[in-house]
Design a protein around this ligand. Sequence first.
Ligand code: FAD
Ligand code: DHB
Length: 389
Amino acid sequence: MRTTVGIIGAGPAGLLLARLLHNAGIDSVVLESRDRAYVERRQRAGILEQGTVDVLREAGAGERMDREGLRHDGIELRFDRRRHRVDFPALTGGRSVMVYAQTEVCKDLIALRIEEGGPLLFETEALAVEGADTDRPRVRFRREGVEDVLECDYVVGCDGFWGVARSAVPDGRTFERTYPFSWLGILADVAPSHDELVYARHDRGFALLSMRSPSVSRLYLQVPADTDADDWSDERIWDELERRFETDDDWTLRRGPVTQKSVTPMRSYVHEPMRHGRLFLAGDAAHIVPPTGAKGLNLAVGDVVTFARALAHRTATGSDDLLDAYSTTCLRRVWQAERFSYDMTTLLHTAPDATPFEDRLQLARLDRIASSRAAETDLAEAYTGFPIG
Ligand code: FAD
Ligand code: DHB
């Protein structure tokens, strides 16, 4: 098999890249190890930055998002029983975010890919990338038990943190931090208890109220790193959420049937560079952020937009300039997101070894955001997203 761009992985990065290349008249083949149902159901991110929303619209993949997604103009910070709303448009010159789940983004992009007739091979596992430093890189893969080779002009590894592409970048450097806590996340069939997201800092740990639709809530609790989701009954989860969201006013948490429960570890990770020869890494294959601040999916979108633009530029002008700048261009934005996600994580979570002094500092940082327009603007700009490219 032969193509211009071999894409490994049909998560948001790989699927969007295939669409952007199709729109630019560049052919590609997408290889995905899991089946379609698995990819469409995997519960992950829920918040799209303004720039991601714009990209999906421009790519012709925003129709259902515009119909069913929920535009959010702010978030609430909750600490010390207080509530503080951060107003995004007022602080950023009109920017906002969209609540539209990663599962739905993937479903929309898969449907478009099938409609446009581009190869998207599920249950096809990439085994290795070979010849990345030649003009004809290859992806060795296995499909229905048979090994085969995809010959390409370029390979983009969109295969997530556990993929194979990264190992074909020699002499890379990694920067990593793990956190001594995880998130226990639930989906519940109940209308969200607030019309915007609530990020709560509490002495018992962080809690987040989010949503998937006007009738489905998504909630998270900070739990110790080695937590087994089965140790948390539904009642225990709701009781704990209630305590962490407590306020001085009459706000109440609505409870409902829990339909999904899982634990997500927290990690910061960057692999540099994000390119070796004709192999490019995009999304979680190159970097991970802790979920606080909802940057993971949005970073993946930034990477593939940068790659698609660079390749279209090369096709139009013959110049490799933008491809050569790919890693540097992406890493600048990646590190801003790493910084923001780290700041949000340390601002809102209770470290097991935190001293009373550090607890007070956390509250002082939150109070600063709530009382200084400059500090609040910094958060609003980062949350609604850094420019791509
Ligand atoms: P992925 O979505 O990981 O896609 C990679 C794809 O490659 C997968 O479909 C995988 O099956 C496939 N693949 C892997 N190896 C191979 C192979 N060898 N051959 C072929 N295919 C392969 N972000 C947020 O902003 N908010 C959240 O709440 C949030 N929750 C998360 C929960 C979990 C459990 C995880 C893991 C991540 C979460 N994230 C969250 C991060 C966000 O979902 C990711 O940043 C986003 O999915 C990145 O997209 P991607 O396409 O780069 O990678
Ligand atoms: C969601 C996840 C996040 O990490 C976040 O900061 C906000 C919302 C979510 O899954 O809805």
